[in-house]
Write a protein that binds this ligand. Structure first.
Ligand SMILES: O=C(O)CCC(=O)C(=O)O
Length: 315
């Protein structure tokens, strides 16, 4: 087990959405020492996606058919157990291409500072640009995410995050964070939500290519902490934006353009380094199940409360 010991690792936390404007650039300043990541959920580092083995992988084909089954039992159980799952080939290449063109235009109009490396983010508020809205509403993404909360539905998200990671960025995160805490919602409520939906716009099949880092199972440890300390403890965490819990070894999430990451709100995660020659491009939607705002206290103590299809899972 890894115990977080590096305070410097917690200096960075995402800016709250209500303080972010289009084109706001977030520079991560944390530096830290973390053991190398292990095999990655759904994939083996540098290998073929496990889910994709034995299946044809035609370039212009989205993995999931309209109306077809979404996450299978194993993927749902993986989400419950590890707090995240990567679903291959959810978004059609034509949608990915359209979003990348939109991002290219935005970068041309609001570029990062000359010589900037590492994270560079755009938080776009609703109404979302067409290409970005289509990622969620014109693809199987929403249905895939909702298959974890059925019969629940998500509210329409009020923003989308375009997350670039520009090389060469020599960096290892010192520990995880949770989103929406520094500072919380203007209402005083912490900015909790149900699930992060991340869409890979570029391939990130090897480590240290700008990949998101996650701490598998940390959603369960965080929930145990809030059961013990009470949910309001989320607003006064002792060392940065994550509860002081035992952590597993971190993993770098790998996947290809068009793959979908679904991550539990409580899953500890952070920005990684990028030693590849390519800017990592991803888009994140923060999805909140209808009614979440009123029951956030229960959600942070009972990690599967909003996830009926996996609620049987013994944690
Ligand atoms: O750029 C990334 O992949 C990570 C972004 C992140 O950690 C966040 O926005 O909370």
């Amino acid at each position: 087990m890894q115990r977080r010991s590096d305070l410097f690792g917690f200096l960075w936390a995402p800016l709250p959405v209500h303080l972010l404007h289009q084109g706001h650039s977030v520079i991560e300043v944390e530096r830290g020492k973390v053991p190398a990541g292990g095999p990655v959920n759904g994939f083996e580092v540098g290998g073929e996606p496990i889910q994709a083995r034995g299946r044809s992988r035609r370039k212009e084909e989205a993995a999931t058919e309209e109306g077809g089954p979404m996450l299978d039992r194993q993927q749902k159980d993986t989400f419950a157990e590890e707090g995240y799952v990567v679903v291959p080939r959810v978004i059609a290449p034509s949608l990915i291409d359209a979003v990348r063109r939109e991002i290219e235009n935005r970068v041309a109009h609001e570029p990062p500072a000359a010589g900037h490396v590492g994270p560079h983010q755009y938080f776009l508020m609703a109404p979302l640009p067409d290409a970005l809205g289509a990622l969620l509403f014109g693809s199987p993404v929403l249905r895939a995410a909702e298959s974890l909360i059925a019969p629940g539905k998500f509210e329409a998200p009020d923003h989308v995050q375009v997350a670039l990671n520009i090389p060469p960025f020599i960096h290892r995160p010192g520990g995880p964070h949770m989103d929406g805490l520094t500072p919380p919602d203007p209402s005083g409520r912490p900015g909790t939500f149900t699930m992060l939906a991340g869409i890979f716009l570029t391939d990130q099949m090897s480590e240290n290519a700008g990949n998101l880092w996650v701490w598998p199972g940390s959603h369960r440890s965080a929930a145990a902490y809030f059961r013990e300390q009470g949910p309001e403890a989320i607003l006064s965490l002792p060392i940065g934006p994550y509860p002081p819990v035992e952590l597993s070894e971190p993993r770098q999430v790998v996947g290809r353009a068009g793959d979908l990451l679904l991550a539990h709100y409580l899953l500890g995660h952070n920005i990684g380094g990028n030693k590849s020659g390519v800017t990592r491009e991803a888009v994140y939607f923060r999805l909140r199940r209808e009614g979440h705002r009123a029951r956030w206290r229960d959600c942070v103590q009972d990690p599967l409360l909003e996830f009926e299809p996996v609620a049987h899972h013994t944690l």
